[in-house]
Design a protein around this ligand. Structure first.
Ligand SMILES: [Zn+2]
Length: 211
C-alpha cells in the first residue's frame, strides 16, 4: 500500500508517518531527510544538490526522483510519502516509477488545519541560546525560561514572517497538487487539529486498517 501525506507545514505529517512506520510495515519516504543524508555522506548526488542550494537553487525534480527511485527499487510494497511529491511533474514521475514496479498510489491523505492554527504551531518554538533546549510556548510545562538560565530566542525559521512565507509557498506549490489528486485518485481529508493519536486513528480508518 502506498500513501501520500499532504498538508500544511506543521500539520504533523512527519509525526503521523513515524507512528505508521512503527505500527505497520511501511517505509517512510521523507525526501527532506534523504537529501540531508546524501549531503552529509557527500555522495555525488549530495554534492550536486549542495552546490545547487549554495547557488540559491531549489533541489531539482530529477534529483529528488532519482533518490525516491533508489528506495522504491528495494522492492518494499508499502511506502508513506511525506514531503514528496511537491510538484505536479514529481507526481507524474512517481506515478510512472510505481507503475514500472506494478505499484500505485492507493491513498492521498490531506491533513487539514486552519491557517490560524498553522501560524500558531509554526511560531510556537523557542530555543535556549545557551544549551540549545527546545521549548513550545503552548506546552503546559513551559515556564518562559530554561533551567540552565540561558535566554530563550525565536529562531528565524519560527517567526511570523517565515510562517506566512511557508503558507504562501504551500498555496503556490502544493495546492495545485491537491487539485491534481482530487481529480484523479481522490483525496481524503482529515482533521489535523486533533491530538496525534486521534489523527492516527482517523488515518487508519481512512486507509481501511481500522473500522
Ligand atoms: Zn538552556
Amino acid at each position: 500500500m502506498n500513501i501520500i501525506l499532504l498538508g500544511y507545514p506543521g500539520a504533523g505529517k512527519g509525526t503521523q508517518a513515524e507512528i505508521l512506520v512503527k505500527e505497520y510495515d511501511f517505509e517512510h519516504i521523507s525526501t527532506g531527510d534523504m537529501i540531508r543524508k546524501e549531503i552529509a555522506l557527500a555522495t555525488p548526488l549530495g554534492k550536486a544538490v549542495e552546490k545547487g542550494i549554495s547557488q540559491g537553487n531549489l533541489v531539482r525534480d530529477e534529483q529528488i526522483i532519482k533518490l525516491v527511485e533508489q528506495v522504491l527499487k528495494r522492492g518494499r510494497q508499502s511506502h508513506i510519502f511525506d514531503g514528496f511529491p511537491r510538484t505536479i511533474p514529481q507526481a507524474e514521475s512517481l506515478r510512472i516509477s510505481l507503475s514500472v514496479l506494478r505499484q500505485k498510489i492507493d491513498y492521498v491523505l490531506f491533513l487539514e488545519l486552519s491557517k490560524e492554527e498553522v501560524i500558531k504551531r509554526l511560531t510556537s518554538r523557542r530555543v535556549c541560546s545557551k544549551c540549545g533546549a527546545i521549548f513550545n510556548i503552548y506546552d503546559k510545562s513551559f515556564t518562559g525560561s530554561c533551567s540552565c538560565g540561558g535566554n530563550l530566542i525565536t529562531r528565524s525559521d519560527d517567526t511570523l514572517e517565515s510562517a506566512k512565507h511557508r503558507l504562501e509557498v504551500f498555496e503556490k506549490q502544493t495546492r495545485p497538487l491537491v487539485d491534481y489528486y482530487e481529480s484523479s485518485i481522490g483525496v481524503k481529508r482529515l482533521d489535523a487539529s486533533k491530538e496525534a493519536r486521534e489523527v492516527h486513528n482517523e488515518i487508519l480508518r481512512a486507509i481501511g486498517l481500522k473500522k
